[in-house]
Design a protein around this ligand. Structure first.
Ligand code: ATP
Ligand code: MG
Ligand code: FE
Length: 338
């Protein structure tokens, strides 16, 4: 079966073609207009989605070397995300399904981040995670430890009580006067810094939940106090600050992941979402996996941050179940994973 996937939940307009479970194209149009505002401006995001969606879909179809009439179903992100952004993808998908007389498949964006692991050929050994596995989903809006029992049967074991891990990266970058989006920049600067230069506190949160707002405040005060003494403190110590912050965020994430794996006696461990692109997290997780004997699943870079390939693969598995929705479907800004 051939599935067209559409993603428009935040500030990436993306279209992908999936042929019998294999990704044939994955076009991602990033929106740069938000950089000057230091964050995503929802009203602007939806307008840019409107401009980008038809070219993105067209290019996805061309690159996949198929004809539009061969598409068997269209899958789209129904939520969670920015309502105005979701509306563009949802409306496009509905119109495309109606015009081509094909079924419509709704996809949960957070499930899709996890199901990106079922895009084949991401690993040399071609292994896929086996159910049940644990996935740490770390993105711009979410931080969740998920017990994945089946493709669409998931249970949240723990999640953040305030900021998401991606937000912790982005807000730290803002404190350090780095441009938006700051996560990848912190990763970059951290590479040449000393992760033990500065000690940031690890919050004591019970169970498998997370909190990042205390860390953010401590970074803010730390930088403010040091800049008072030395106005060039940030510039002179940028790599060390980034490495130390990244080290703390990664240790918070991995300590909870260890606890979840131990409590549930699970050795297939995955990470997903934009922050899973972080090199510090990838390296530390790989080392931990060796120590614990885990089979660890780390997505290819292009499937970490928002992309339609993950929507198309999730859509493919729903298509196999004939899990379709009608033309009355509406997007949801909030949409629980279960
Ligand atoms: P959600 O999936 O929760 O709706 P989102 O779709 O905005 O949120 P993603 O696109 O999955 O989030 O991820 C974006 C986040 O990932 C941003 O916070 C960004 O800073 C962060 N990020 C991307 N690359 C890196 C990196 N290399 N290091 C740290 N953070 C990163
Ligand atoms: Mg984005
Ligand atoms: Fe996302």
């Amino acid at each position: 079966a051939i599935i067209l996937g559409i993603e428009s939940s935040c500030d990436e307009t993306s279209a992908s073609v999936c042929i019998d479970g294999v990704i044939a194209s994955n076009i991602i149009a990033n929106q740069t207009i938000h950089h000057q505002y230091g964050g995503v401006v929802p009203e602007l995001a939806s307008r840019v989605h409107q401009q980008n969606i038809i070219p993105a879909v067209h290019q996805a179809i061309v690159e996949a070397k198929i004809n539009k009439n061969q598409i068997d179903a269209v899958a789209f992100t129904r939520g969670p995300g920015l309502l105005g952004s979701l509306l563009v993808g949802t409306s496009f998908a509905k119109a495309f399904a109606l015009a081509n007389e094909i079924p419509l498949v709704e996809v949960n964006h957070m499930q899709a981040h996890i199901l990106a692991h079922f895009i084949p050929n991401q690993r040399e050994d071609k292994k896929l995670p086996e159910f049940p596995f644990i996935c740490l989903t770390v993105s711009g809006g979410h931080t969740q430890i998920v017990l994945v029992k089946d493709y669409f049967e998931m249970e949240i074991l723990g999640e953040t009580t305030d900021d998401a891990a991606g937000e912790a990266f982005d807000k730290t970058a803002k404190i350090l006067e780095l441009p938006y989006p700051g996560g990848p920049l912190i990763d970059q600067y951290a590479k040449t810094g000393n992760p033990h230069a500065y000690q940031f506190p690890e919050p004591q949160i019970p169970g498998l939940n997370f909190s990042f707002s205390g860390l953010k405040t401590s970074i803010l005060y730390f930088v403010r106090d040091n800049v008072k003494q030395n106005p060039n403190f940030i510039q002179e110590n940028l790599a060390d600050i980034c490495a130390s912050v990244q080290h703390r965020i990664v240790s918070i994430l991995l300590n909870k992941l260890k606890k979840a794996a131990q409590e549930h006696q699970i050795k297939d461990i995955a990470i997903a979402g934009g922050v899973s692109a972080n090199s510090g997290l990838r390296t530390a997780l790989t080392a931990l996996a060796q120590q614990k004997g885990w089979n660890v699943f780390i997505p290819k870079f292009e499937y970490c941050t928002d992309n339609a390939a993950m929507i198309a693969i999730a859509g493919y598995y729903k298509f196999l179940k004939k899990d379709f929705v009608g033309q009355d479907v509406a997007p949801l800004a909030r949409m629980p994973i279960v």
